[in-house]
Design a protein around this ligand. Structure first.
Ligand code: GLU
Length: 343
Protein backbone atom coordinates (compact mmCIF):
# COMPACT_ATOMS: atom_id res chain seq x y z
CA UNK A 1 0.00 0.00 0.00
CA UNK A 2 2.77 2.45 0.98
CA UNK A 3 5.27 1.81 -1.80
CA UNK A 4 3.09 2.86 -4.82
CA UNK A 5 2.04 6.04 -2.94
CA UNK A 6 5.70 6.99 -2.40
CA UNK A 7 6.51 6.41 -6.08
CA UNK A 8 3.59 8.59 -7.17
CA UNK A 9 4.73 11.41 -4.82
CA UNK A 10 8.36 11.21 -5.95
CA UNK A 11 7.28 11.30 -9.59
CA UNK A 12 5.22 14.45 -9.05
CA UNK A 13 8.07 16.23 -7.29
CA UNK A 14 10.45 15.23 -10.09
CA UNK A 15 8.08 16.60 -12.73
CA UNK A 16 7.66 19.85 -10.83
CA UNK A 17 11.42 20.26 -10.46
CA UNK A 18 11.85 19.61 -14.18
CA UNK A 19 9.19 22.17 -15.17
CA UNK A 20 10.64 24.76 -12.77
CA UNK A 21 14.13 24.05 -14.09
CA UNK A 22 12.99 24.60 -17.67
CA UNK A 23 11.25 27.85 -16.69
CA UNK A 24 14.33 29.15 -14.89
CA UNK A 25 16.57 28.13 -17.81
CA UNK A 26 14.22 29.97 -20.17
CA UNK A 27 14.43 33.13 -18.08
CA UNK A 28 18.20 32.91 -17.87
CA UNK A 29 18.48 32.34 -21.62
CA UNK A 30 16.38 35.45 -22.27
CA UNK A 31 18.68 37.75 -20.34
CA UNK A 32 22.04 36.05 -20.57
CA UNK A 33 24.74 38.58 -21.33
CA UNK A 34 27.62 36.15 -21.62
CA UNK A 35 31.00 37.10 -23.08
CA UNK A 36 30.37 34.69 -25.92
CA UNK A 37 26.96 36.13 -26.82
CA UNK A 38 28.10 39.74 -26.59
CA UNK A 39 31.25 39.21 -28.64
CA UNK A 40 29.31 37.30 -31.29
CA UNK A 41 26.69 40.06 -31.53
CA UNK A 42 29.32 42.81 -31.80
CA UNK A 43 31.39 40.94 -34.40
CA UNK A 44 28.35 40.10 -36.53
CA UNK A 45 27.11 43.71 -36.60
CA UNK A 46 30.59 45.06 -37.25
CA UNK A 47 31.16 42.79 -40.25
CA UNK A 48 27.64 43.21 -41.62
CA UNK A 49 27.87 47.00 -41.91
CA UNK A 50 31.59 47.54 -42.48
CA UNK A 51 31.18 47.81 -46.25
CA UNK A 52 28.04 49.96 -46.09
CA UNK A 53 28.61 53.19 -48.02
CA UNK A 54 25.56 55.29 -47.23
CA UNK A 55 25.18 58.77 -45.81
CA UNK A 56 27.57 61.69 -45.55
CA UNK A 57 29.44 63.56 -42.83
CA UNK A 58 27.73 66.64 -41.43
CA UNK A 59 29.25 69.68 -43.12
CA UNK A 60 27.36 72.66 -41.69
CA UNK A 61 30.16 72.77 -39.11
CA UNK A 62 33.23 72.92 -41.40
CA UNK A 63 35.48 70.81 -39.11
CA UNK A 64 33.03 67.88 -39.20
CA UNK A 65 33.28 67.57 -42.98
CA UNK A 66 37.00 66.83 -42.59
CA UNK A 67 36.58 63.90 -40.17
CA UNK A 68 37.54 60.48 -41.61
CA UNK A 69 34.27 58.89 -42.79
CA UNK A 70 35.75 55.41 -42.37
CA UNK A 71 35.98 55.59 -38.58
CA UNK A 72 33.78 52.73 -37.37
CA UNK A 73 33.89 51.49 -33.81
CA UNK A 74 31.43 49.66 -31.57
CA UNK A 75 31.60 49.34 -27.78
CA UNK A 76 29.29 47.84 -25.18
CA UNK A 77 29.68 48.11 -21.41
CA UNK A 78 27.56 46.00 -19.08
CA UNK A 79 26.20 47.29 -15.79
CA UNK A 80 28.63 44.97 -14.02
CA UNK A 81 31.50 46.84 -15.66
CA UNK A 82 32.59 44.50 -18.45
CA UNK A 83 33.81 46.27 -21.58
CA UNK A 84 33.52 44.81 -25.08
CA UNK A 85 34.50 46.41 -28.34
CA UNK A 86 35.21 45.85 -32.00
CA UNK A 87 36.70 48.07 -34.70
CA UNK A 88 38.10 51.54 -34.17
CA UNK A 89 37.77 52.52 -30.54
CA UNK A 90 40.81 54.84 -30.56
CA UNK A 91 39.64 57.62 -32.89
CA UNK A 92 37.96 60.52 -31.14
CA UNK A 93 35.13 62.47 -32.69
CA UNK A 94 33.25 65.42 -31.18
CA UNK A 95 30.42 64.35 -28.88
CA UNK A 96 28.07 67.02 -30.33
CA UNK A 97 24.42 66.61 -29.34
CA UNK A 98 25.06 63.58 -27.17
CA UNK A 99 26.49 66.09 -24.67
CA UNK A 100 22.96 67.47 -24.20
CA UNK A 101 22.00 64.38 -22.20
CA UNK A 102 24.74 64.93 -19.66
CA UNK A 103 24.18 68.67 -19.27
CA UNK A 104 20.51 67.87 -18.64
CA UNK A 105 21.62 65.33 -16.01
CA UNK A 106 23.60 68.03 -14.22
CA UNK A 107 20.67 70.48 -14.23
CA UNK A 108 18.32 67.77 -12.95
CA UNK A 109 20.71 67.00 -10.11
CA UNK A 110 21.19 70.67 -9.21
CA UNK A 111 17.64 71.94 -9.59
CA UNK A 112 15.43 68.83 -9.76
CA UNK A 113 13.84 67.18 -12.82
CA UNK A 114 10.85 69.55 -12.71
CA UNK A 115 13.19 72.47 -13.47
CA UNK A 116 13.66 71.31 -17.07
CA UNK A 117 10.03 70.35 -17.51
CA UNK A 118 8.86 73.72 -16.25
CA UNK A 119 11.38 75.82 -18.16
CA UNK A 120 11.52 74.31 -21.64
CA UNK A 121 9.28 71.23 -21.51
CA UNK A 122 9.87 67.56 -22.27
CA UNK A 123 8.01 67.04 -25.53
CA UNK A 124 9.26 66.24 -28.98
CA UNK A 125 8.97 69.37 -31.12
CA UNK A 126 8.23 67.60 -34.40
CA UNK A 127 10.73 70.00 -35.97
CA UNK A 128 14.45 69.84 -36.72
CA UNK A 129 16.85 70.06 -33.77
CA UNK A 130 17.74 73.72 -34.41
CA UNK A 131 14.26 74.87 -35.37
CA UNK A 132 13.27 78.47 -34.82
CA UNK A 133 9.68 77.73 -35.84
CA UNK A 134 9.45 75.31 -32.88
CA UNK A 135 10.48 78.11 -30.51
CA UNK A 136 8.04 80.56 -32.01
CA UNK A 137 5.12 78.15 -31.89
CA UNK A 138 4.89 78.05 -28.09
CA UNK A 139 7.21 80.93 -27.13
CA UNK A 140 10.02 78.56 -26.19
CA UNK A 141 7.87 76.22 -24.07
CA UNK A 142 6.91 72.69 -25.24
CA UNK A 143 10.53 71.98 -26.21
CA UNK A 144 12.94 69.55 -24.58
CA UNK A 145 16.56 69.60 -23.37
CA UNK A 146 17.79 67.52 -26.33
CA UNK A 147 17.11 70.11 -29.05
CA UNK A 148 19.35 73.14 -29.38
CA UNK A 149 16.98 75.67 -27.80
CA UNK A 150 16.42 73.39 -24.79
CA UNK A 151 20.08 72.42 -24.47
CA UNK A 152 21.38 76.00 -24.58
CA UNK A 153 18.72 76.92 -22.02
CA UNK A 154 19.75 73.95 -19.83
CA UNK A 155 23.36 75.15 -20.08
CA UNK A 156 22.27 78.59 -18.87
CA UNK A 157 20.61 76.91 -15.85
CA UNK A 158 23.84 75.33 -14.56
CA UNK A 159 24.63 77.21 -11.38
CA UNK A 160 27.81 79.29 -11.36
CA UNK A 161 28.88 82.92 -11.31
CA UNK A 162 31.67 82.81 -13.87
CA UNK A 163 32.05 81.07 -17.23
CA UNK A 164 34.76 78.84 -15.73
CA UNK A 165 32.54 77.75 -12.82
CA UNK A 166 29.79 76.60 -15.16
CA UNK A 167 32.11 74.96 -17.68
CA UNK A 168 34.07 73.26 -14.87
CA UNK A 169 30.91 71.56 -13.60
CA UNK A 170 29.79 70.49 -17.06
CA UNK A 171 33.21 69.14 -17.91
CA UNK A 172 33.52 67.14 -14.72
CA UNK A 173 30.01 65.72 -15.16
CA UNK A 174 30.95 64.43 -18.64
CA UNK A 175 34.23 63.06 -17.24
CA UNK A 176 32.45 61.23 -14.42
CA UNK A 177 30.10 59.58 -16.89
CA UNK A 178 32.99 58.56 -19.16
CA UNK A 179 35.35 57.57 -16.34
CA UNK A 180 38.26 59.59 -17.72
CA UNK A 181 39.26 63.16 -18.46
CA UNK A 182 37.88 63.83 -21.92
CA UNK A 183 39.77 66.17 -24.25
CA UNK A 184 38.40 69.31 -25.90
CA UNK A 185 38.77 69.18 -29.69
CA UNK A 186 39.99 72.72 -30.18
CA UNK A 187 39.63 72.70 -33.98
CA UNK A 188 35.97 71.64 -33.71
CA UNK A 189 35.28 74.24 -31.03
CA UNK A 190 36.81 77.04 -33.10
CA UNK A 191 35.07 75.93 -36.27
CA UNK A 192 31.67 75.75 -34.58
CA UNK A 193 32.14 78.95 -32.58
CA UNK A 194 32.88 80.79 -35.82
CA UNK A 195 29.74 79.49 -37.52
CA UNK A 196 27.12 79.19 -34.75
CA UNK A 197 25.15 82.36 -35.48
CA UNK A 198 21.96 80.33 -35.72
CA UNK A 199 22.46 78.94 -32.22
CA UNK A 200 23.16 82.47 -30.99
CA UNK A 201 19.83 83.56 -32.50
CA UNK A 202 18.09 80.62 -30.81
CA UNK A 203 19.62 81.62 -27.47
CA UNK A 204 18.50 85.22 -27.90
CA UNK A 205 14.95 84.07 -28.63
CA UNK A 206 14.95 81.85 -25.54
CA UNK A 207 16.19 84.88 -23.59
CA UNK A 208 13.48 87.08 -25.09
CA UNK A 209 10.82 84.58 -23.99
CA UNK A 210 12.27 84.45 -20.47
CA UNK A 211 13.66 80.92 -20.48
CA UNK A 212 17.31 82.01 -20.41
CA UNK A 213 17.90 84.41 -17.57
CA UNK A 214 21.58 85.27 -18.02
CA UNK A 215 23.89 86.12 -20.94
CA UNK A 216 22.58 84.11 -23.92
CA UNK A 217 25.88 84.35 -25.76
CA UNK A 218 27.75 82.92 -22.78
CA UNK A 219 25.31 80.00 -22.63
CA UNK A 220 25.74 79.42 -26.39
CA UNK A 221 29.50 79.42 -26.10
CA UNK A 222 29.56 76.99 -23.17
CA UNK A 223 27.11 74.76 -25.05
CA UNK A 224 29.37 74.88 -28.13
CA UNK A 225 32.37 73.93 -25.99
CA UNK A 226 30.42 70.97 -24.60
CA UNK A 227 29.61 69.80 -28.13
CA UNK A 228 33.35 69.91 -28.97
CA UNK A 229 34.46 67.42 -26.33
CA UNK A 230 36.28 64.46 -27.90
CA UNK A 231 35.07 60.91 -27.32
CA UNK A 232 35.84 57.46 -28.69
CA UNK A 233 33.30 54.64 -28.93
CA UNK A 234 34.37 53.21 -25.58
CA UNK A 235 33.87 56.57 -23.82
CA UNK A 236 30.37 56.86 -25.23
CA UNK A 237 29.48 53.29 -24.28
CA UNK A 238 30.73 53.97 -20.74
CA UNK A 239 28.55 57.08 -20.53
CA UNK A 240 25.55 55.06 -21.74
CA UNK A 241 26.36 52.24 -19.30
CA UNK A 242 26.42 54.76 -16.45
CA UNK A 243 22.84 55.65 -17.35
CA UNK A 244 21.97 51.93 -17.62
CA UNK A 245 23.50 51.51 -14.17
CA UNK A 246 21.24 54.12 -12.53
CA UNK A 247 23.77 56.96 -12.70
CA UNK A 248 26.87 55.24 -11.29
CA UNK A 249 29.81 54.52 -13.59
CA UNK A 250 30.03 50.71 -13.56
CA UNK A 251 33.83 50.70 -13.87
CA UNK A 252 34.98 53.53 -11.59
CA UNK A 253 32.07 53.11 -9.15
CA UNK A 254 31.66 56.89 -9.07
CA UNK A 255 28.17 58.38 -9.04
CA UNK A 256 27.77 60.70 -12.04
CA UNK A 257 24.13 61.66 -11.41
CA UNK A 258 21.42 60.96 -8.86
CA UNK A 259 19.72 57.64 -9.50
CA UNK A 260 16.25 59.09 -8.91
CA UNK A 261 16.62 61.39 -11.94
CA UNK A 262 17.68 58.66 -14.38
CA UNK A 263 14.15 57.49 -15.37
CA UNK A 264 13.07 60.99 -16.45
CA UNK A 265 16.28 61.53 -18.40
CA UNK A 266 15.88 58.20 -20.20
CA UNK A 267 12.28 59.14 -20.99
CA UNK A 268 13.40 62.33 -22.74
CA UNK A 269 15.99 60.32 -24.70
CA UNK A 270 13.25 57.89 -25.74
CA UNK A 271 11.05 60.78 -26.83
CA UNK A 272 13.56 62.95 -28.64
CA UNK A 273 16.96 61.25 -28.89
CA UNK A 274 17.19 60.64 -32.64
CA UNK A 275 15.91 63.90 -34.09
CA UNK A 276 12.89 63.47 -36.37
CA UNK A 277 13.34 59.70 -36.43
CA UNK A 278 12.99 59.27 -32.66
CA UNK A 279 9.60 57.57 -33.03
CA UNK A 280 10.85 55.13 -35.68
CA UNK A 281 13.89 54.32 -33.59
CA UNK A 282 11.87 53.65 -30.43
CA UNK A 283 9.38 51.57 -32.37
CA UNK A 284 12.17 49.43 -33.71
CA UNK A 285 14.45 49.08 -30.68
CA UNK A 286 12.64 50.32 -27.56
CA UNK A 287 15.94 51.88 -26.47
CA UNK A 288 16.41 55.37 -25.03
CA UNK A 289 19.21 56.77 -27.18
CA UNK A 290 20.90 59.96 -28.36
CA UNK A 291 22.75 60.75 -31.52
CA UNK A 292 25.08 63.55 -32.47
CA UNK A 293 26.13 65.03 -35.78
CA UNK A 294 29.72 63.93 -35.05
CA UNK A 295 28.59 60.40 -35.96
CA UNK A 296 28.07 58.85 -32.54
CA UNK A 297 24.96 57.22 -31.11
CA UNK A 298 24.54 55.99 -27.55
CA UNK A 299 21.74 53.66 -26.46
CA UNK A 300 20.74 52.42 -23.04
CA UNK A 301 19.25 49.08 -22.05
CA UNK A 302 18.32 49.91 -18.44
CA UNK A 303 19.86 47.55 -15.91
CA UNK A 304 21.71 45.67 -18.64
CA UNK A 305 24.14 47.64 -20.77
CA UNK A 306 25.11 50.81 -22.56
CA UNK A 307 26.17 50.64 -26.17
CA UNK A 308 27.74 53.12 -28.56
CA UNK A 309 28.79 53.22 -32.18
CA UNK A 310 30.80 55.88 -33.95
CA UNK A 311 30.59 56.18 -37.74
CA UNK A 312 30.42 59.73 -39.16
CA UNK A 313 28.23 59.34 -42.29
CA UNK A 314 24.68 60.47 -41.42
CA UNK A 315 21.30 59.90 -43.03
CA UNK A 316 18.84 62.65 -43.96
CA UNK A 317 17.54 62.90 -40.37
CA UNK A 318 21.10 63.46 -39.06
CA UNK A 319 21.65 60.02 -37.50
CA UNK A 320 24.69 57.83 -38.22
CA UNK A 321 23.65 55.17 -40.73
CA UNK A 322 25.92 52.38 -39.50
CA UNK A 323 25.39 53.22 -35.84
CA UNK A 324 21.62 52.86 -36.05
CA UNK A 325 21.81 49.54 -37.84
CA UNK A 326 24.57 48.05 -35.69
CA UNK A 327 22.96 49.05 -32.38
CA UNK A 328 19.55 47.72 -33.46
CA UNK A 329 21.06 44.34 -34.43
CA UNK A 330 23.17 43.99 -31.29
CA UNK A 331 20.35 44.94 -28.96
CA UNK A 332 18.00 42.53 -30.69
CA UNK A 333 20.54 39.69 -30.37
CA UNK A 334 21.04 40.41 -26.67
CA UNK A 335 17.42 41.05 -25.69
CA UNK A 336 18.08 44.74 -24.97
CA UNK A 337 14.56 46.05 -25.67
CA UNK A 338 13.11 46.97 -22.26
CA UNK A 339 9.55 46.50 -23.56
CA UNK A 340 10.19 42.91 -24.56
CA UNK A 341 8.25 40.49 -22.35
CA UNK A 342 10.50 38.02 -20.49
CA UNK A 343 10.56 34.72 -22.41
N1 GLU B 1 26.76 71.48 -31.94
C1 GLU B 1 25.77 71.08 -32.87
C2 GLU B 1 24.79 72.20 -33.14
O1 GLU B 1 24.48 72.93 -32.25
C3 GLU B 1 25.09 69.86 -32.32
C4 GLU B 1 24.10 69.31 -33.26
C5 GLU B 1 23.83 67.88 -33.08
O2 GLU B 1 24.71 67.05 -32.83
O3 GLU B 1 22.65 67.55 -33.21
O4 GLU B 1 24.35 72.41 -34.23
Amino acid sequence: MKAPMDRWYVGLVRSLVLVLGLLVAGQVAAVELSKKNIEAALDAAYKKYKGLQEGANADYIPALAKVDSNIYGIALVTTDGKVYSVGDIKSEVSIQSISKVFTAALVMDESGPRSLEENMGVDATGQVFNSIVAIEQYKGAEMNPLVNAGAITATSMVKGEMYGDVWGKIESTYNNFAGRKLPLLQDVYESEAATNQRNQAIAHLMFAYGHIKNDPLRATDIYTRGCSVGVNAKDLAMMAATLANAGTNPVTGKQAMKSENVPELLAVMATAGLYDDSGKWLYKTGLPAKSGVGGGIIAVSPGKFGIAVISPPLDAAGNSVRAQKAIADISEALGGNPYEPAK
